[in-house]
Design a protein around this ligand. Structure first.
Ligand code: BGC
Length: 719
């Protein structure tokens, strides 16, 4: 349908029909849905009628080709102008084949596999009828108390931007209109949802505009540059105003400056939440603020359908603003080809073939292997298949390794650690040892019996999926005491111990790292988790994951992140006093494990850091090279990381900033020259007047295996 046809369709719509297009409700509200019929009560409570639903524009959370076809068919039979519905769902890290959680995916530093994981998720979702995914979530995160850090790729704006692009490419492909195996992406949550005060979900976000632009906006911008079709508003405030009613943020920053012209959707209930936030007296005022801010779709509250008409009649809202919102929604439907084929990729016959195929399982196993991070290894890993293993812990036989956003993933289909290890060796005894948050004497006794005869103890520990994700915040970020107790009991046996961790946030690992001989951070690894862990533990895969969020020494340090600023009284400065420096009296300033950290079964050495010149200009970039050698016994992959520091800026500059990286595979004994090119535009930052430019002066470039362990060289920028 041409733009003219869309405009003429818009002309035929009544004001009521237009407003209904802007409402998004969950699946059970729709005729043809499996659970339909149970909604009479909720519908009345929400103030909507069957007729309004019949005219609505989109559906939240439907999946399954048959159900979606049914809902669409019934809808089209009843909708006066035959306008198809858009089906939107949270397909965050896999549809039914579940990939590792995004924080784990970040640790892979593997953009190609990330893109592939999104492509597979899109394929499974689209064949099951979904048109739009509420992903990627690209919120920068620095506070591991916040339950949703596991939905982000971490604490670095450059890396998050690269991942944002990879996810969007994977979900949307190159030609969304003809490629029915892809889905439209909706980047979220705009903006700065990852910075709630105290790490408590939905809490206030208050930061300077410079900070917002410097660290938080780049990843959303990257997603938009990649063509991301939709944006979701955040629950939080930005500049003192909830994002969902923030006209300046949405109309000026997002649309005018960042160039977004797609559909903007509120987060769940966020329009009405402007009342408790304290910026709207009632639903009518909330609706007014949201539509003026440019929110096109209201998710799961009904202030628009209840009040927009009245607001137009009272000349509080110009009908052209509503037309604009409706047109954007119609344009997205057109882009997805829904006017020609309202069922798009939905295909019940293909569904069973595509979803959870062997190829998809293989891809998630590979990504899970690359996402896990080896945090410690005192020569105990990899295990050999002859060793007698006691596998102990609440995650030994648990399918709860998919993560909080895996609503369509089946725990029964997940490969447990026990199953993974059994595919490598039969020398295995298993005991639970404790539950996630409780422990009994009988469980301890069983664990000790299981371990008595073993050569090595493998502990499967962690947080259950309810302990992170949305509304899953914790003030104590250690493992629950039941599991720390279990470690203490088993430690008394004096046997080698390996801990494998399943969790959604960086933890304070005291009581784990210091008491075991090896630690593998497996995060929530997804459907093939157990196999991926066994691959790593037995050395069939050499660990290559590197942390993208610092692991604090203690929760009291939070937020603690590598790219922080210096103070006027830094620790360790030549003239530092003993007391009056920026420090804690009782714990170090440094995190326990830094950004970029991760071990391998082989040893990589770095030498010969060279710069092509000492001075960079706008037209003459620098080539920076280093020799990387695999000095160890096995092949492995290393993430070579390049950071810079701007010694003196117009405003203070981070002590280190990641600017580039390469993943390099080397055979034992092999050496590679790794060369980066650094340009002037990579040295730019937001000045106090918000202009984005670089300053001439001295810089240091660092290359190394993580943000702490680097080689360095200075250079000058001349302008
Ligand atoms: C979450 C969003 C999600 C939406 C729809 C909200 O509660 O914050 O991330 O996309 O629900 O499920």
């Amino acid at each position: 349908m041409s733009e003219n046809k869309l405009l003429s369709l818009l002309k035929q719509m009544t004001l009521d029909e237009k407003i209904a297009q802007l409402m998004q409700l969950a699946t059970p509200f729709f005729k043809g849905a499996k659970e339909q019929g149970q909604i009479t009560g909720p519908m009345a409570e929400m103030g909507v009628t069957g007729e309004i639903v019949q005219n609505s524009g989109s559906v939240l959370g439907a999946s399954g080709a048959e159900e979606i076809i049914n809902i669409q068919r019934t809808h089209l039979e009843e909708n006066r102008l035959g306008i198809p519905l858009l089906f939107m769902s949270d397909i965050v890290h896999g549809f039914k084949t579940i990939f590792p959680v995004p924080l784990a995916i970040g640790c892979s530093w593997d953009l190609e596999l990330t893109e592939k994981s999104a492509e597979i998720a899109a394929k499974e979702a689209s064949v099951s009828g979904v048109h739009v995914t509420f992903a990627p979530m690209v919120d920068l995160v620095r506070d591991p108390r916040w339950g949703r850090v596991m939905e982000s790729t971490g604490e670095d704006p450059f890396l998050n931007s690269e991942f944002a692009r990879a996810f969007v490419r994977g979900f949307q492909g190159k030609e969304l209109s003809t490629d029915v195996e892809r889905v439209a992406a909706c980047v979220k949550h705009f903006a700065a949802y990852g910075a709630p005060e105290g790490g408590r979900d939905y809490n206030t976000v208050d930061m300077s505009e410079r900070e917002l632009r410097e660290n938080y906006l780049p990843a959303y911008q990257a997603a938009l540059e990649e063509g991301c079709e939709m944006v979701m508003t955040a629950f939080n405030t930005v500049f003192g105003i909830p994002a969902t009613g923030n006209k300046r943020l949405m109309r000026q920053v997002l649309r005018e400056e960042m160039g977004f012209d797609g559909v903007l959707i509120s987060d769940w209930g966020a329009v009405k939440e402007m009342i408790p936030h304290g910026v709207a007296e009632d639903e009518k005022e909330a609706a007014h603020k949201a539509i003026i801010a440019g929110v096109d779709i209201e998710m799961m509250t009904t202030t628009y359908v209840k009040h927009l008409k009245e607001l137009v009649e009272e000349s509080m809202v110009d009908e052209s603003i509503i037309d604009e919102a409706v047109l954007r929604i119609l344009q997205l439907k057109e882009k997805l080809g829904l006017f020609e084929n309202p069922y798009r990729g939905a295909n019940p016959e293909l569904e069973s073939e595509v979803v959870m195929s062997a190829a998809h399982r293989k891809a998630t196993r590979e990504l899970a292997g690359k996402s896990s991070v080896l945090l410690k290894n005192e020569g105990i890993l990899p295990l050999n298949k002859e060793q007698k293993v006691a596998l102990i812990g609440p995650f030994a036989e648990s399918g709860d390794i998919l993560g909080p956003w895996s609503w369509l993933g089946s725990r029964d289909e997940a490969v447990t650690v026990k199953e993974g290890i059994l595919s490598k060796t039969s020398h295995l005894t298993v005991a639970k040892g404790c539950d996630v948050e409780t422990i009994t004497d009988a469980q301890v006794e069983e664990a000790i019996n299981a371990a008595n005869d073993a050569d090595v103890i493998v502990l499967a520990l962690g947080e259950d999926s309810e302990m992170s994700g949305e509304a899953g915040c914790r003030a104590n970020i250690q493992l629950p005491s039941s599991q720390l107790n279990l470690i203490d009991h088993l430690k008394s046996l004096d046997k080698p111990m390996v801990a494998v961790l399943f969790n959604g946030r960086p933890l304070d690992l005291h009581g784990v790292l210091d008491k075991t001989d090896a630690v593998v951070e497996a995060w929530y690894p997804g459907t093939e988790g157990g196999n991926a862990i066994a691959d790593l533990v037995y050395g069939d895969v050499n660990p290559s994951g590197r942390l993208t969020m610092s692991f604090p020494y203690h929760v009291g340090q939070v937020p603690v992140y590598y790219n922080h600023f210096n103070t006027g009284r830094p620790q360790g400065a030549p003239d530092a006093q003993e007391r009056y420096v920026s420090q804690y009296l009782d714990i170090p300033n440094e995190p326990l494990l830094p950004f970029g950290f991760g071990l391998s079964y082989t040893t990589f050495s770095y030498s010969d850091l060279k710069l092509s010149r000492e001075t960079m200009t706008e037209d003459e970039p620098l080539d920076i090279s280093i020799k990387l050698s695999n000095d160890g016994p096995v092949a492995g992959e290393e993430v070579v990381q390049l950071y810079i520091r701007d010694h003196s800026g117009e405003v203070i500059r981070p002590v280190k900033e990641l600017k580039d990286f390469r993943k390099i595979s080397l055979e034992p004994g092999e050496t590679a020259d790794v060369t980066f090119t650094l340009r002037e535009d990579q040295l730019r930052y937001h000045h106090s007047d918000l202009h984005y430019l670089s300053d001439p002066g001295t810089f240091t470039v660092y290359i190394g295996r993580n943000s702490k362990d680097t080689k360095e060289h200075t250079f000058k920028l001349e302008k």
